[in-house]
Design a protein around this ligand. Structure first.
Ligand code: AHR
Length: 686
């Protein structure tokens, strides 16, 4: 027994000595043709969740601007004589307010809007106030004083910026005024006050106001009805290849009535009917009764935004099944197969809206909105997280109709909300049978999933539908379900497997994209914002490091002849799961060639708590090709695995760029050290 122990100890010592002497040599098959990487590979999932649209990316600052919330005065405070009327000029939004004489010359009438968690304005910036109004009184004209105020100020005057709109017609008319803010205020209030005569009784005073808007003059790309610039720029800087919209669960609706209906989201903004969002109440522990979708940012704006940020638009439409998490089968929340045609028509009409000629019914709507050229839509998603037999049955009707009329459009089906299991397997089988082009997979999963699944796609069939990893994020366990560095590092490790399997995975998007710090329902999220600022999470930087270094061809990278998906060192066991603190082990790597930039790019993730020496060996280059340029090394690291970026301290964890000297190259091989718990991107010109 003793002898056996001695032999075992000796063997262990020898292994240690061998391990220490060995280097982690990553052999990159640089000479191989490689697997073409789709332009759509790393993209975005956008959903109006966490106040991502109204109160977020959509630059409008007035909440309930059309007085159409269930409580028509939600978001508004009134003083004096204010009535809600219901026979306004916009058929889909009939409510408006009438501001009347307050009853005494010393009294006042007006309305105040609280915005979304306040109204953020910046010193020196201009804001366009617009409203539809008519003079409903007996005097030739009335004046409305427009004010930006700081109700909480200790100063003499709450109002810090103001102007006047003169309402001079008894007919509904649009009025505009531009205000320049002298101050930066995160939580301002908007006021529209009926101007009173000094010490005069004016009982006939009455002005009607509708669709009251406060919009920054400067929007992303200068677009009218556009996006908040800082948030849109943060999104653009992700270099997204695809932009999926408008969700998520809101595509499905709690019931079919509340599903997202794209036709309601196009045409003049004043006449787009609002929709209650399920995210106001789905999580009662984070409830927001005032959360509605104005559809101000609708499908036209989504397509335009995708075009502006250089991403392929990927709209998703309802398949005729409302959210299955929210509905028992007997609640009849599905459209029957016999009643499905309007849903199928919605999908067909959407393609016409995006791509049709200007003399087609829906192409004309697009042209009239300002975009006569087609948007060049190539993909459509049908349904979100559906499961069970009802889904493929319905999807079949969509597939038949779309293939017949628009064979060039790629159809994306769903594998349901689960990352594996019987429902998942069943749907994949059905998706293959229906021959859809891509299958949307979702995984909000724990740390273990992300280390164990770096090799997920290596064993997927190489034929049939491709994968759209449409929603994923590492949700830390044991109270770690928020954006922090370790979660993003595990995502980076997992993503090596997406890149390595670019023949199977054609699209991937972290989810969700946006969250207001005061209005979130779901976290972690990629980009956070308040009324003035934007914060990029650690996961944002991981996504950016991948997308900005996407390359055109994925190349094999092997260590000891095997894919690099969790080895702690040559010959050791792979795929060590994370420990109870959520930390993993080992190296993960992928590599690409970028034929446009003429670069080789290697991504390496070291999950271990010790630094590791790594050797990058580029094999298969022709004799004429020698790698001898400096290597740009971009590293995301934090000494504190639980470190996070916050709105107040947004740059705790950011990528750091350095250059490795060209003299480190020796016969197309370079040895360097990757720090503990680090994600590094090495790029070299060829
Ligand atoms: O991203 C949040 C939600 O997660 C999406 O709406 C849904 O698709 C998934 O369940």
């Amino acid at each position: 027994m003793k002898a056996r122990r001695t032999i075992a100890a000796l063997a262990a010592m020898l292994t240690c000595i061998t391990m220490a002497a060995q280097s982690n040599t990553l052999v990159i098959e640089a000479g191989s043709k490689g697997i073409p990487i789709q332009k759509t590979m790393f993209g975005l999932f956008f959903e109006d969740l966490n106040f991502a649209a109204d109160g977020g990316l959509y630059a409008e600052k007035i909440k309930n601007r059309s007085f159409e919330f269930d409580n028509p005065l939600a978001g508004w405070d009134v003083i004096g004589n204010v009535c809600v009327m219901a026979d306004g000029p916009f058929a889909n939004n009939p409510h408006y307010v009438r501001l009347g004489y307050p009853g005494h010359p010393s009294m006042i009438t007006g309305i105040c809007n609280e915005g979304f968690f306040g109204i953020g304005v910046e010193a020196g910036s201009e804001y366009r106030v617009s409203m539809w109004a008519r003079n409903a009184g007996d005097r030739p004209q009335e004046q409305i004083s427009i004010q930006l105020c700081q109700p909480s100020t200790m100063g003499d005057d709450q109002t810090f910026c103001q102007g006047v709109i003169t309402v001079d017609s008894p007919q509904w008319k649009k009025y505009e005024l531009v205000l320049k803010s002298p101050l930066t205020v995160a939580k301002a209030e908007f006021r529209a006050m009926l101007v009173r005569e000094h010490k005069a009784h004016t009982p006939g005073q009455a002005v009607d106001l509708e669709h009251i808007s406060l919009f920054p003059v400067e929007t992303f790309n200068g677009d009218e009805n556009g996006m908040r610039k800082d948030i849109a720029e943060a999104i653009q800087e992700l270099h997204p290849g695809v932009f999926r919209f408008p969700g998520g669960c809101i595509v499905e609706g709690t019931n079919l009535e509340t599903r997202y209906q794209w036709k309601n989201s196009v045409g003049p903004v004043e006449n787009r009917p609002i929709n209650k969002t399920r995210w106001s109440y789905t999580f009662p522990h984070r409830m927001f009764p005032d959360y509605y979708q104005s559809y101000g940012m609708g499908f036209y704006e989504y397509f335009r935004f995708a075009e502006e940020i250089g991403a392929e638009p990927l709209p998703v439409v309802s398949c005729g099944i409302a959210c299955q998490f929210e509905n028992e089968p007997h609640w009849h929340s599905d459209a029957s197969l016999e009643d499905l045609q309007p849903f199928v028509d919605d999908a067909l009409d959407l393609i016409e809206f995006a791509n049709g000629p200007v003399d087609s019914k829906w192409g004309r709507v697009r042209a009239e909105m300002g975009h006569p050229e087609p948007f060049g839509m190539k993909y459509i998603g049908i349904g979100n997280e559906q499961w069970g037999e009802g889904y493929p049955q319905r999807l079949a009707l969509f597939v038949k109709a779309i293939r017949a009329k628009y064979p060039e459009i790629a159809i994306i089906g769903s594998s349901g909300p689960y990352k594996d299991g019987a429902d998942f397997e069943y749907l994949w089988k059905e998706m293959r049978a229906l021959d859809v082009d891509l299958v949307d997979e979702h995984y909000y999963a724990d740390e273990k999933f992300f280390t164990e699944n770096a090799a997920r796609y290596d064993s997927y069939p190489r034929t049939g539908p491709k994968v759209f990893a449409g929603e994923y994020a590492c949700h830390g366990t044991d109270g770690r379900k928020w954006n922090h560095f370790n979660a993003s590092l595990l995502e980076a490790a997992f993503m090596t497997g997406l890149e390595r399997n670019a023949d199977v995975v054609h699209m991937a998007s972290y989810a969700p994209l946006l969250a207001h710090v005061e209005g979130w329902q779901w976290r972690p999220d990629m980009i956070w914002f308040d009324n003035l600022q934007t914060m990029r999470s650690c996961s944002y930087y991981v996504q950016q490091m991948y997308a900005a270094n996407c390359g055109t061809h994925s190349l094999p990278v092997l260590m000891d002849g095997e894919i690099v998906a969790g080895q702690t060192g040559p010959g050791s066991d792979k795929l060590n799961g994370p420990d109870s603190a959520g930390f993993g082990e080992g190296l993960y790597a992928s590599a690409v060639r970028d034929e446009a930039r003429r670069q080789y790019i290697v991504k390496v993730v070291n999950l271990a708590s010790e630094a590791q020496e790594i050797t990058l060996q580029f094999k298969g280059l022709s004799r004429k090709e020698t790698l001898d340029a400096p290597v740009t090394c971009t590293v995301l690291h934090s000494d504190d695995p639980y470190a996070e970026n916050t709105i107040d301290v947004p740059d705790t964890v950011v990528p750091v760029v350095s250059t490795l000297d060209a003299s480190l190259w020796h016969k197309n091989t370079l040895t360097t050290t990757i720090g503990p718990r680090s994600f590094a991107v090495y790029s070299v010109d060829y």
